[in-house]
Each structure stands twice: as structure tokens, then as C-alpha cells.
Design a protein around this ligand. Structure first.
Ligand code: AMP
Ligand code: GLY
Length: 419
């Protein structure tokens, strides 16, 4: 089978790596890591648009093209696509609509309201005990969420978002929520329109700094499995959140074939949905897929055909990913164009794969930084603690001016594992 992966980040590199076990993969636009000979797999990148790539299956990585209807356009050309159409992708394209769907089918989520006027928004904020959560309705690359302890900070953020100054059109409508607390969990489910099967659970790290300090990012680390989420918790998430949502979409005539990604908080009252995404998580994919065994291309093709029969299987090894970022990330402009060294030394650590997230080859043929998240270092090992140690061993071998990364990825979970 020949699979076309759409996208250029670490998630797409991890997809290419996992699909490449049983298929030939061409990524568009791909990245320097998705190249012939890499990992001993048949991988390549092309600048041709997806419509012009000849493939048996198209797997769309990022939310932007999904929301823009790329899956619909490819299907109209008779192609087999893993990824929802614009109708299903609206679940991520509008947090207000997502909340509406969740409410309709009673999926547990935080108490919330949707606002376009400052006065009504502030009035609602005053009814909450705090912490306060303010989200842009539209897409904001994972950065449109403020979690504030102080009412004043939340009010300032509401004003900035609604006026269009902080996030443009995406912020002209906001969702305000009560702040929840508990460990976070990401469950990625492969859906064929009616049926959904869960991949291995993961936890990602959204704050830029150690100890969950600093601004929200697109995600700067992940690990799997999650000691706080044994199989019965994942089952509960499928029964109470993913399946009812898929059924609600089907009830609206939406044939949802792709990943439904539930971002949850494990609260004292049980798992509650923070968000639904309509694609693989980044960097969750970088820990979930290396743990998946068997024919991933076949599984996604079945889902794309609306006939999911296989069950995904996972190895017992644990995986940890540390995202190595450019100077300043997540505050643009990032330090781009910096030459990267130590990649081969990092990749030589046993169990380690380095996924490219934001790299480019410059005019001198050197690999340089080209984005906020630059390289994702994933390690597999029999325990989380060992996976974490291997990942950091590899990270320590990478060099570029301004390199920064969190030092505490999977730390608490590996302590729990040995306790
Ligand atoms: P979202 O994009 O909606 O998943 O939000 C991004 C991040 O903000 C989440 O991963 C959480 O860390 C945090 N967050 C979102 N909603 C809430 C909430 N209701 N309570 C506490 N934290 C939240
Ligand atoms: N890791 C968060 C996301 O993919 O949205």
C-alpha cells in the first residue's frame, strides 16, 4: 500500500515511521526526517499538493486542512481518506459547537458558557469560584486557552480575545469554563463513522516550563502508558465520551472517519472532557504510535472505508517523548536558522527515535531549526523510568543555540510506577 501523509511536523514524522512498517509513505510537504533511507523505511517527502499525490490512502495530520475541507476535496476525487470532513472537523474548529454537542448527549465536561459580549462574559466569570478558564472559540494552535487564578486576569483576557487583539477572529467568541483539577489524559480513538477503537492512552505536557509553569504551548512532552489511567478508565472514556459523541455526529448525518481525540481531566468526579480534537495529538502520537504493533496502515484503511474490523495492539514497553524547542518558544518569533548537531549521536541511544518537528535544510546543506518545536526525542523501554532516562540521554547529545526543553517529562509518572 502507498500512503500519503499530509503535514510537516513531529506527528507526521511519527505517522510516517509507524505506517512505514507495512506501507510505502510519501508525506506532503513532509520534512527532512521523512526521507529515503531514514529508519530503513520507504519514506519520502514531496512538495506536490495532496490532490496530486498518487496513493491508496491519505492520512491528514493537522486540524487546519481538515477544518478547511481537504478530506472532502480528496473524497470528491474518489480517494480513500482517513480524516473527517469539514462537518466533523467543526468539532475542533469551534469549541462552542463542541460544547453544544457534548451537552446534547450528556458527556461530562466543565461548567461553561459561550460569549461574544464582554459584559455578559464578566458577569458569568463572577459566578465561578475560580480558577477561571477562557478559551478562543476558533483555532489558535493550542495557545488560545488561559487558565487564571485571579478574576482580574481572566477579565483582561476576555477583553483582549473578544476585541480581536489577541487572537483575531478566532477570539471574537469565547468559551468560559470553571477550572477543573486532576491529571490530564489524552485518548485517541480511531473511528469508522460508527465504531471507535482506542489507541494506547497518553499524557501530554502543555505548559512551557518545569512543574507546569509558564505559558501554554502546542505540547512539549508526552508519555504512555499513563499509570493514572488503567484500562478501565480508558473504557469509561470510550463509553461515556467518545462513543456518545460519535453517535451524536452520526445522528447529524456526519460520517466521521478519522481520529477523535478526547483531551480529559481525571477529576474526583470521574473523567471530564476538556476538548475534542479531530486528528492525532502532537506530541501524543510520538509516544502512542511507537507502542502500536501490527499493521497501522491496514487499520486506518479499514476506518477510512467505514469498515473497522481490526483491533489495535500495543507492546508492553513504555514510551516517553521530550520536545526540544527553539529559543523563545512559545513566544514568537522563535530562534530559527540555527544549525543542529548531535542528531546521529542522539539516535544511537538504544530505543530512541528522533522525529523532526520544525527543521529545514539550509542553502549550505545543513540541518537547521525552522519552527518552535524542533525535534521530538522518543524513547521506548520496558519501564517509563527507563524510557525517560533514555530520552534525556539522547536529548543531552543534541546541540543548537537556544535549545530548550522541559526536564520533568514523565518524572512524576515514573515515580508512581516504582512506588
Ligand atoms: P484545551 O485546548 O481546551 O485542551 O486546553 C488546553 C489546556 O488548558 C488543557 O490541556 C488544560 O491543561 C487546560 N485546561 C483547559 N480547560 C480546563 C479546565 N476547564 N480546567 C483546568 N484546566 C483546563
Ligand atoms: N498535544 C495537544 C494537541 O495535539 O492538541
Amino acid at each position: 500500500m502507498r500512503v500519503c501523509v499530509v503535514g510537516s511536523g513531529g506527528r507526521e514524522h511519527a505517522l510516517a515511521h509507524a505506517l512505514g512498517r507495512t506501507a510505502e509513505v510519501v508525506a506532503t510537504p513532509g520534512n527532512p526526517g521523512i526521507a529515503p533511507g531514514e529508519h530503513g523505511l520507504a519514506l519520502s517527502s514531496t512538495s506536490a499538493p495532496p490532490e496530486e499525490v498518487d496513493a491508496d490512502l491519505y492520512v491528514i495530520g493537522p486540524e487546519g486542512p481538515l477544518v478547511d475541507g481537504l478530506a472532502d476535496r480528496l473524497r470528491a476525487l474518489g480517494r480513500r481518506v482517513f480524516g473527517p470532513g469539514a462537518d466533523g472537523a467543526h468539532l475542533e474548529g469551534s469549541k462552542a459547537w463542541m460544547k453544544h454537542v457534548l451537552d446534547e448527549v450528556g458527556v461530562p465536561t466543565a461548567r461553561h458558557g459561550v460569549f461574544t459580549e464582554v459584559e455578559a462574559a464578566v458577569h458569568f466569570l463572577r459566578t465561578l469560584p475560580g480558577p477561571y478558564v477562557v478559551k478562543t472559540d476558533g483555532l489558535a494552535a493550542g495557545k488560545g486557552v488561559l487558565v487564571a487564578q485571579e478574576l482580574e486576569e481572566a477579565v483582561d483576557d476576555v477583553r483582549a480575545k473578544l476585541s480581536g487583539t489577541s487572537f483575531g477572529e478566532a477570539g471574537r467568541r469565547v468559551v468560559i469554563e470553571e477550572g477543573l483539577s486532576g491529571p490530564e489524559l489524552s485518548v485517541l480513538a480511531v473511528c469508522d463513522g460508527r465504531r471507535a477503537v482506542a489507541l494506547a492512552p497518553a499524557q501530554d505536557f502543555k505548559r512551557a516550563g518545569d512543574g507546569d509553569q509558564g505559558p501554554n504551548t502546542g505540547g512539549v512532552g508526552a508519555y504512555s502508558p499513563v499509570p493514572a489511567a488503567p484500562p478501565e478508565v480508558v473504557e469509561q472514556v470510550m463509553d461515556r465520551a467518545v462513543e456518545p459523541t460519535l453517535a451524536a455526529l452520526a445522528g447529524r448525518g456526519i460520517d466521521y472517519r478519522g481520529v477523535l481525540y478526547a483531551g480529559l481531566m481525571l477529576t474526583a468526579e470521574g473523567p471530564k472532557v476538556l476538548e475534542f480534537n479531530v486528528r492525532f495529538g502532537d506530541p501524543e502520537t510520538q509516544v502512542v504510535l511507537p507502542r502500536t504493533v501490527g499493521d497501522l496502515a491496514g487499520l486506518l484503511a479499514e476506518a477510512a472505508d467505514g469498515r473497522l474490523r481490526s483491533e489495535p495492539a500495543f507492546c508492553s514497553d513504555a514510551a516517553a517523548t521530550v520536545v526540544c524547542c527553539a529559543r523563545n518558544y512559545p513566544i514568537a518569533p522563535y530562534g530559527t536558522g540555527e544549525p543542529i548537531s548531535g542528531l546521529d549521536e542522539a539516535a544511537s541511544v538504544p530505543g530512541v527515535v528522533v522525529f523532526h518537528a520544525g527543521t529545514a535544510v539550509d542553502g549550505h546543506g545543513r540541518l537547521v531549526t525552522a519552527g518552535g518545536r524542533v525535534l521530538d526525542v522518543t524513547a521506548l523501554a520496558p519501564s517509563l523510568g527507563e524510557a525517560r532516562a533514555r530520552a534525556y540521554d539522547a536529548v543531552g547529545r543534541l546541540r543548537w543555540p537556544g535549545i530548550q526543553y522541559r526536564k520533568d517529562i514523565a518524572e512524576a509518572a515514573s515515580a508512581r510506577e516504582v512506588a
